[in-house]
Design a protein around this ligand. Structure first.
Ligand code: 4NP
Length: 151
């Protein structure tokens, strides 16, 4: 089974969307999860604005609960996609080998290789920020899903 974890800061806005979107594009042979590098919201539902934008696009993310990213994720997961460079630094600090480090990728580099474009944090903005994030993640997750299917 291929295992993918999506990571952002709070695990309530961006990474829950990435989890829901990728899971909608692959079959049950792919396990998709998400986690946050911060522990502010553990156990909570995704942000209501992420739930709404996902629902608008036919994806239910209300079964998700916020989790904290820990170094155990390196043992369990094959691919670790982070939303921004700050997430990247936080995740890399928990890596204990080169193999761990190689699992960590900026998610938009799947779409725009080597450009290091970040998924903006929509937490403090308006609803259009969530739609914008959805569209970016939808394109990146389509590339990831195609790559997984080719394996
Ligand atoms: P996320 O957004 O990293 O996309 O889940 C945030 C959610 C919560 C906070 C920051 C970012 N916060 O500071 O509580």
């Amino acid at each position: 089974m291929v295992k993918v974890v999506m990571v952002c800061l709070g695990n309530i806005c961006r990474s829950p969307l990435a989890e829901g979107i990728l899971q909608s594009k692959v079959d049950e042979s792919v396990f998709v999860d998400s986690a946050g590098t911060a522990n502010y919201h553990i156990g909570e539902l995704p942000d209501s604005r992420s739930i709404a934008v996902a629902k608008k696009h036919g994806i239910d993310i209300t079964k998700q609960r916020c989790k904290h990213f820990t170094k155990k994720h390196f043992e369990e997961f094959d691919y670790i996609y982070v939303m921004d460079k700050s997430n990247y630094e936080n995740v890399i600090q928990l890596a204990t080998s080169d193999a761990d480090k190689q699992k960590v990728k900026l998610i938009l580099n799947e779409l725009h290789p080597n450009e290091d474009i970040e998924v903006p944090d929509p937490y403090y903005g308006g609803d259009d920020g969530f739609e914008n994030v959805f569209q970016m993640l939808d394109e990146a997750c389509q590339v990831i899903a195609n790559q997984i299917k080719k394996q």
